[in-house]
Design a protein around this ligand. Structure first.
Ligand code: FAD
Length: 421
């Protein structure tokens, strides 16, 4: 009887699907009798892909640099240099998804995450990949040359593609760390990254729903840690928006080092104006709108509710104070407050609200590019379960496709080598 070699991939997310497709392609081309199976704990595959990019799936970015990645960046770049944005575009073209770009961000041409997932599933099915859904993998044992999964499924090679522990509603609940750890791998501290920030400021509810296109600087014990430009969204609990999420990873890092650290988010609400421009603007209003109350002073440059909070922070009553009575120091404190609107940050919204997990399986225990475990023969890991995460903008999915594709390749090649010996 011919011995049918098998690869089991744990997790049908972005990296698991890329690994399944590429390993099945290589094995199919070889003409042998092989079996690639993806085990997924949720009812259906690729649930998180559907949620990416607000349903549009920002699947990569044309500008990939080390500064966009965090964790084991050098390990990541050994692979990203082999499989970057161009290879991702080609890979998607090969499964029928054409792409488009917006400010460097790469999306499917029809802006539909549904199509991305459909085409991944169709290609996997065409190649004969089998899916077993609603099966959480709780145990992986290695017995001689064979893996035994949940005491019942046998495999020659296993690829762990379980993701991190962000957004557990989409399936990634940290179980991959436990599986890898039981197989002898080390896991670094994990924390939520790309996540909203919680503030103790009493005006949060008043500002709920307001969006500002500005600059946000995260400060820890009054030291600037990270600055980002872009959308900042005020919420009833604190801050959201892409610029906020980009600085958020440093809150967990700061709290980890010193739980009592004072953390603030300092927002420039009017990047286009300098401090002096704002003073000049107020002085001009003071000349023209003498008797108007301060409530109307800033409505030409800030949203009304933001203006009210700025004035209150400067101890100026919006309704009862006339513009003409503003003193020089009051004008200066309004201008400073607009350029440096400070909010106390107590914590992040946590793993379930986060888009990505910082930390994970330490990559020096895996071979670069091939993603082979140095500890367990024929074990591989790819995607977010590894200690690699990235900024908003398609960089995380790029890592998932790249690491999944290359892990699938080396796993298939390993099987073919053994078979041919
Ligand atoms: C709301 C949201 C929006 C995002 N938008 C973008 C974006 O536009 N661009 C971008 O680059 N990145 C985006 N990201 C991040 C990106 O989606 C992830 O980094 C990427 O999906 C990680 O891929 P992965 O395959 O490593 O893990 P995942 O996609 O998390 O997949 C892991 C899979 O493994 C399964 N699994 C886990 N444990 C087990 C187990 N024990 N047994 C069986 N199955 C298991 C899970 O159910 C899941 O299906 C977004 C994330 C979120 C939450």
């Amino acid at each position: 009887m011919v011995d049918k070699k098998s690869i089991i991939i744990i997790g049908a997310g972005a990296s698991g699907l890329a690994a399944a497709i590429n390993s099945a392609r290589i094995l199919k081309e070889s003409g042998g009798d092989f079996c690639v199976t993806v085990v997924e704990q949720l009812q259906r595959v690729g649930k998180k892909i559907l949620a990416t990019g607000n349903g549009r799936c920002n699947l990569s970015n044309v500008n990939i640099s080390k500064s966009n990645y965090h964790g084991d960046v050098d390990f990541a770049f050994c692979a990203l240099n082999e499989f970057g944005a161009n290879q991702t575009i080609d890979f998607f073209k090969s499964i029928g998804v054409l792409t488009t770009q917006e400010d460097g961000r790469i999306y499917p041409m029809n802006l539909s995450a549904n199509s991305v997932l459909d085409c991944l599933r169709l290609e996997a099915s065409r190649l004969g990949v089998e899916f077993i859904c609603q099966l959480p993998v709780l145990k992986i044992e290695k017995k001689q040359n064979t893996f035994l999964i949940n005491d019942e499924i046998k495999a020659d090679c296993v690829i762990i593609a379980t993701g991190g522990k962000s957004s557990s509603v989409h399936g990634s609940n940290g179980s991959g760390y436990k599986l890898l750890s039981k197989l002898g791998h080390s896991i670094s501290n994990t924390s939520p990254a790309l996540v909203q920030l919680v503030s103790s400021c009493d005006f949060c509810k008043h500002l709920k729903g307001i969006r500002v296109n500005g600059k946000i600087t995260l400060k820890i014990n009054n030291k600037n840690v990270k600055t980002e430009y872009g959308e900042i969204l005020f919420t009833d609990y604190g801050l959201s928006g892409i610029a906020t999420m980009q600085v958020a990873r440093y809150v967990s890092v700061g709290k980890g080092k010193n739980p009592s650290a004072k953390i603030t988010a300092n927002i420039d609400m009017a990047c286009a104006l300098s401090y002096n421009d704002i003073c000049d603007y107020i002085n001009e209003r003071k000349k023209i709108n003498k008797q108007l109350s301060c409530e109307n002073l800033l409505i030409g440059i800030l949203q009304k509710r933001v203006a009210q909070v700025v004035l209150k922070k400067c101890n100026i009553s919006p309704q009862s104070k006339e513009i003409q009575t503003l003193t020089k120091s009051e004008i200066q404190s309004i201008a400073s407050c607009i350029k440096n609107f400070e909010m106390d940050i107590t914590e992040t919204k946590g793993f379930d609200s986060s888009q990505v997990t910082a930390g994970g399986a330490i990559t020096c225990e895996f071979e670069p590019v091939s993603f082979k475990s140095k500890k367990v023969k024929n074990l591989y890991a790819c995607g977010e379960v590894l200690n690699v995460d990235a900024d908003c903008g398609g960089y995380n999915l790029q890592w998932a496709w790249c690491s999944g594709y290359l892990a699938g390749k080396s796993c298939a090649e390993e099987i073919l080598n053994v078979k041919n010996k």
